[in-house]
Design a protein around this ligand. Sequence first.
Ligand code: PRP
Length: 214
Amino acid sequence: MSTPHAEHANLFVFEHPLIQHKLTLLRDESTTHRLFRAQVAQIAGLMVFEATREFPTERIEIQTPLEKTMGIRLATPITVAPVLRAGLAMAEGVLDVMPEARVGHIGLYRDEETLAPVTYLTKLPGDVDAGPVLLVDPMLATGGSAAAAARLLREAGVKDLRMMCLLATPEGVTRMWEEHADVPIYTAGLDRELDERGFIHPGLGDAGDRMYGT
Ligand code: PRP
């Protein structure tokens, strides 16, 4: 898993059976909103294990019931930054396995005509730059939203930035490489193409709509 995709140096695709099984459930149009949200959160939780592998740690002395020993703990605060709306279910999955993380909400939507991202909310921890940030958004389509979110986090001083998504397109990954080459992208699938409406094919439909029944 530490090996990037052969054609995209910034992309890591999870081939793990559990993640692929859950992604297939997401793609299936008969999957209900409730199951869809649950699977999104579970995939994000599984991805955390790999995406956080290089998070900084420190050694501390602790007292077990029997003796003093050295332990390891995360050295800095951690932030998960969901892009609304669809990133919220991924953030829930991250928080299940990493409850110490703070949440920085980024509200972005794509203008339906131009597909350009429009920012409507930014609510980050004051010291978001004190540690690594995991940007989460299920869909990396044109890459416009992810690039805008990454820009916003960089402007807030974030140095260690990683992104987790469920599906990516070659266009989106390339756009991130052009604008944020130092942001590794972890995904469950790299899909074939983007259509003129900005939908990923074969894809899973509109993640936000499928999650919330809109
Ligand atoms: C979707 C998705 C991403 C964005 C990806 O959100 O969750 O945020 O589109 O597209 P891009 O890579 O072309 O920018 P959407 O705009 O549908 O908003 P929503 O989550 O509120 O439905």
